[in-house]
Every structure is written in structure tokens, then in C-alpha cells.
Design a protein around this ligand. Structure first.
Ligand code: FHN
Length: 601
């Protein structure tokens, strides 16, 4: 809560600091990224918490259900921001809030950090803010939730992290306003809003101890740009040089998934949301954030809960691609975490207590693609390597094949079953592990540690022909550059935003010859454009072509159209695809390219 004394004190301390030094204090040196990210890469698993005024109405307004996610109530019900404040401030009273309970639930689930919404898009401050009267001290609850949670999270040995929304539907200086917001726009000043945001960030970064991550969000409205992002990133790091910042501090993020195409964009890691990149983001740090049902903020009507098994396997999948899993809970208006969330996290904690070494501190699988039976994570130790085989589909004969591994095995064990004595041996084309037993230890995922000498030697990925000689280049097998992202919904490659972005596949045709190529794509009516393919051998383009791809009805309306006849050489080559866009922000959704041996002439 802003009080005259607090505001004056804050101003005086800044002036005092300036006077004492005679100049602005040089920002402290930011430690190297690898040093700052070490704990985050080790943790692999964190809790996201969406909690605020919206938690009380829980997806309703005026007694009626409101569509969309719970924390977007103001937007989805088109509520006047002041009416929202006046209605919900007096109702916010999470009397059952127990920070130690929240922290224990996260710790017991095997999580290493907690990210909570200090301020979401509705602008409400969940802490005692000197910069605003629109904060938790203006509610009947009158307790500094951030203070209590930070103390409890650290007491459990985890990192406290702040989510903070750039977009602010309530503050009079934020633009753009909601179209139904009738307050006069003239007095609004976006630079003044940024000063306000920085003042609140200063509070959050100087009064609550070391903060692990500043998790920015809401950067997609046009008023935010790279300059504001850079200034804010520098400001945050000047206050806490060891802090980690996500990529949403900057603008231009590619879709909701990944990195901006601009290599100067700020942010230590990418933030795919509600999706897991099929092949991770090689060479980059990234974290998938995911809801347990369909809403971030609590919504009483949302009963679409993912099973614990699905989320255990997501954790394995994400870790196998070198990413972190930020799994969300949306506490209720009374301050309790929904029982459905607690139950699932308890199961994940049981799994982590047996298998945590296969997740925490591991690196991505050395194999170029996932195995049909499950996922792999890796831990280098000395001159040896542990490959953790996360088995989802248990082999009934107790024999597991690890194709493409060239190293001789040095031993194997089943986590959680010391009585099982599996044996691993080299066979043509890889390694097999025998004597695993007819049943899994854990139906969600049973982990086998396969030890090998030295660094893993694995065959590189290549798209191999089917029995009829045809070659299928699938979206999930592509290597992508620039803004292109894999989207689980239609199993497609989307966000083709410029000609610099490219999808490519390494091919290994059975023999040289002519192939008739087709492309399966979708495009909304106003999009579509020209697809450009290239055939490369050892990086040199040896053939190229284009195809017109008119807009269709929507992003899920796929059609297969001819790409032309392509002569493939014997041996390895690469097929690459670019796409110029006719208009709009994206161009096509590409699902696959098929190459079929040309019909006999
Ligand atoms: O609009 C928000 C949404 O409410 C939620 O906070 C997610 C979590 O990553 N972020 C934005 C949507 O991308």
C-alpha cells in the first residue's frame, strides 16, 4: 500500500545514494550465464502459481460463467477495470492460505523452484507495494503473501521466483487500454507506466531477498518493444545480477513457443507454453510451462485434469530434450491448492523420490530422436556416462533395444528395483538390455540406468525410406531455424514469419532416382503464399523449386498438393523448405512432405 512516508523514503534513499557517489552507481557485473543458470539446469522441475483477485470469482462474473482461462476474467467478461477492482478487492480474503503448505507441496513433488504471479495482467499487486494502493494491503487479507511465500520456499531449500506482467489492464498509463475502458486516454503516458513498473520491480527485487527468476509475461501488445525490454532487463539485472530472466522481457517472441528471430533479443531462456518442442531447442535453454487442466488461474468449472501419468511422462519427455518443466497450480480464493492438483503432485513426488536422479542435473538425450518405448536422459560423470532409459511401453519379454548406440555397455540397473539384475550387451546396430522382468516397476515410467564407458557414440538421425522406397519428411522430425515452431495441436510446423526461417530433413534414399513430391499444408483464408524448396548435398544447393500455396479456410484445414518432381542422389542429402508469406503474421502450417519414387516413365 502506498503511504506518503514510504514514497518519500524511497525517493530520499535514491537521492542519498546519488549524492554519496556523486554519480549514478555503475551497475554490478552480471555473472556468466552458465554460472547463473547452473541451479536452474539442475532443478529441471518447478511450480508455477497463478493466484490473485480472479481466484475468488473462479471463472464467473455477475453469477454467470465466463469463457476462457480464469485469470483473464476482466478481459473475457469485458469488465471495466475500476469496477473489477471495486468488486473484487473487498472479496479477496484467502483465509486458508498457508505458505508453508504450498512450499511443502512443491518440495514433496520434487520441484526445485516456485514462480508466482506477483502481478498478473489485471494489475493487482500480491505484495505490500509502496507504489500502488491496488495491492493486497487494500483487501481484508492485509498480509504480504510474497513475504510469507518467499520465506517458506527458501525454508524448503527451493528458489523463490517472480512472475510479472508487462501488460496491465488497470494502470491508467498502460496502453493499449481495453476497448471498453472509458477512462480518458489523453493523460496516459507509456513511459510513465514503465517507471511505475520499474518502481514495483525495485520493491520486489530489493525487499524479498535473492530471487531466482524474473518471469516476464504480457509483452505482446505493440506498445512494448525491444528498447523497453533492454532497459527493463538491464534494470532488473542491476538490482540482482545473479537473477535469471526469461525471453518474454523482450518483444518479438516467435508465437507463444519460442525465441524471437532477433539474435539480440534479451532473455536467458525460451518459454514454450502448453507445448513441448518435438526435438527441444538444441543449444538453447528452454522451459515448457503447462497447466494441469486448461486454466492458469483457478476456475471452478474446469475439471479437465491431466492424469499424473501424463505429467510424469511430460517431465521425462521435457528433460530428455534438455528443457525444464514449469507445472502450474491455480489456488482457490480461500488460499488452498485444489485437491486434484495436490493429488497429482503427490504422485509425481512419489515417482521423483525413486527416479529423481534421472531428471535433476541431467542433460538431453544424445540420440537424435525419441525411441518408441520412451525417452532418454543423460548424465556425464568422469569418463563414463549414465543413460537413463525412461520406459513408458514395457517390453513383455523383458528385453529392451537401444538402437544406434555404438558404445559397449558397462552395466545396467533398474531404479527402484535393486533385486532385478539386468544384463546389457552389444548387438549389431546397438545395445540390448535383457533380464528386465516381465512387468514394469512403475507403470507411469520405469527407469533403467545404462552405464557406458566414455561419451555416447550414436548414429545421426536420417529420414530412411519405407519398404516402397517412399520418404516421409514429418513436421516432428524437422530441424528448424528462425521463427518456425512445432505445434502439437495439428502436429505441424507453424510460425513461418520470414524467408530466413527454414525447416530441413536429412535424407537417405535407397538409391538415386526421381521422386514425385507432395506437401501437406494448411493456411487461413487471408494467409498462404509461396513455398520454396531446396535440395542440398553437403550444404550445396543442387536443385530448387517453388509451389503456390493459396490460403484455405483455417489452420487446421490441411490439403496435399504437388511440389514437383525431385531427383535425389545416392547417399545422404538434405531437403529444405522456406516460405514467404503473402500477408498476416504467419504463412502456413506444414505437416509433412512426401517423396514417392516417380511412376515408371
Ligand atoms: O496471458 C497469460 C496467461 O494468463 C498465463 O499467465 C500464461 C502463462 O505463461 N501467459 C500468458 C499467455 O501466454
Amino acid at each position: 500500500m502506498r503511504t506518503p512516508i514510504a514514497a518519500a523514503t524511497a525517493a530520499l534513499s535514491a537521492v542519498a545514494l546519488l549524492a554519496a557517489t556523486g554519480a549514478a552507481v555503475a551497475p554490478p557485473t552480471v555473472p556468466p550465464k552458465d554460472e547463473r543458470m547452473a541451479w536452474w539446469r539442475d532443478a529441471r522441475f518447478g511450480m508455477f502459481i497463478h493466484f490473485g483477485l480472479y481466484s475468488t470469482p473462479a471463472g464467473t462474473w455477475d453469477g454467470k460463467p465466463v469463457g476462457g482461462v480464469g485469470e483473464w476474467l476482466l478481459q473475457n467478461a469485458r469488465i471495466d477495470p475500476i469496477a473489477y477492482e471495486k468488486a473484487l478487492l473487498p472479496q479477496f480474503n484467502p483465509v486458508k492460505f498457508d505458505a508453508r503448505e504450498w512450499a511443502r507441496i512443491a518440495k514433496d513433488a520434487g520441484m526445485g523452484y516456485v514462480v508466482i504471479t506477483t502481478k498478473h495482467h489485471d494489475g493487482f499487486a500480491l505484495w505490500d507495494s509502496a507504489a500502488s494502493d491496488y495491492d493486497v494491503m487494500a483487501t481484508p487479507f492485509r498480509r504480504d503473501i510474497m513475504r510469507e511465500l518467499a520465506d517458506a520456499v527458501r525454508a524448503e531449500g527451493m528458489r523463490m521466483c517472480w512472475y510479472h506482467s508487462i501488460m496491465d489492464w488497470h494502470h491508467p498509463d498502460y496502453q493499449p487500454r481495453r476497448e471498453w475502458d472509458r477512462r480518458p486516454v489523453d493523460p496516459a503516458s507509456f513511459p510513465r507506466y514503465v517507471d511505475y513498473m520499474h518502481a514495483q520491480l525495485r520493491e520486489l527485487l530489493t525487499k524479498y531477498g535473492d530471487i531466482g527468476i524474473l518471469w516476464f509475461d504480457g509483452e505482446w501488445e505493440g506498445t512494448w518493444n525491444h528498447d523497453w525490454g533492454k532497459k527493463t532487463d538491464d534494470f532488473v539485472r542491476s538490482l540482482q545480477p545473479r537473477i535469471i530472466g526469461n525471453n518474454r522481457v523482450d518483444s518479438g517472441r516467435a508465437g507463444m513457443e519460442g525465441f524471437s528471430a532477433d539474435e539480440h533479443a534479451r532473455g536467458d531462456y525460451g518459454t514454450p507454453e502448453q507445448t513441448i518442442p518435438p526435438n527441444g531447442m538444441p543449444g538453447k535453454d528452454w522451459e515448457t510451462c503447462m497447466t494441469m487442466n486448461d486454466t492458469w488461474g483457478y476456475k471452478a468449472s474446469d475439471g479437465n485434469w491431466k492424469s499424473a501419468q501424463v505429467m510424469v511422462r511430460m517431465l521425462c519427455d521435457i528433460a530428455s530434450k534438455g528443457g525444464n518443466f514449469l507445472l502450474n497450480v491455480g489456488p482457490k480464493g480461500d488460499g488452498t491448492i485444489p485437491a486434484e492438483s495436490v493429488e497429482r503432485l503427490r504422485r509425481m513426488g512419489e515417482w521423483m523420490r525413486v527416479n529423481g536422479e534421472a531428471i535433476r542435473g541431467t542433460q538431453a538425450s544424445p540420440f537424435p530422436r525419441k525411441f518408441p518405448w520412451g525417452r532418454v536422459t543423460m548424465r556425464r560423470a568422469g569418463d563414463g556416462t549414465s543413460l537413463y532409459l525412461h520406459v513408458f511401453e514395457w517390453p513383455s519379454d523383458g528385453v529392451l533395444a537401444v538402437a544406434g548406440l555404438g558404445n559397449p555397455p558397462a552395466g545396467a540397473r533398474v531404479l527402484g528395483a535393486p533385486d532385478r539384475k539386468p544384463a546389457a550387451e552389444r548387438v549389431p546396430g546397438g545395445v540390448v538390455v535383457r533380464g528386465l522382468g516381465a512387468a514394469p516397476v512403475d507403470a507411469d515410467a520405469t527407469v533403467i540406468e545404462l552405464r557406458i564407458a566414455g561419451a555416447p557414440e550414436v548414429e545421426p538421425f536420417v529420414v530412411k525410406p519405407g519398404e516402397d522406397g517412399s520418404i516421409a519428411c514429418l513436421a516432428g522430425d524437422a530441424s528448424v531455424t528462425g521463427s518456425i515452431q512445432y505445434e502439437e495441436r495439428f502436429r505441424n510446423l507453424g510460425w513461418w514469419r520470414d524467408l530466413a526461417s527454414e525447416a530441413s530433413w536429412p535424407l537417405q534414399p535407397a538409391a538415386a532416382g526421381a521422386f514425385d513430391a507432395t506437401i501437406e499444408y494448411a493456411a487461413s483464408a487471408e494467409c498462404g503464399g509461396t513455398g520454396e524448396w531446396r535440395l542440398r548435398i553437403d550444404g550445396r544447393t543442387v536443385a530448387a523449386g517453388t509451389v503456390e500455396l493459396p490460403g484455405r479456410t483455417d489452420w487446421g484445414d490441411f490439403a496435399t498438393v504437388p511440389l514437383g518432381r525431385i531427383e535425389l542422389p545416392a547417399g545422404r542429402c538434405e531437403l529444405a523448405m522456406k516460405a514467404s508469406r503473402k500477408n498476416g503474421d504467419s504463412f502456413i502450417n506444414l505437416r509433412r512432405i512426401d517423396l514417392r519414387p516417380a511412376a515408371a516413365r
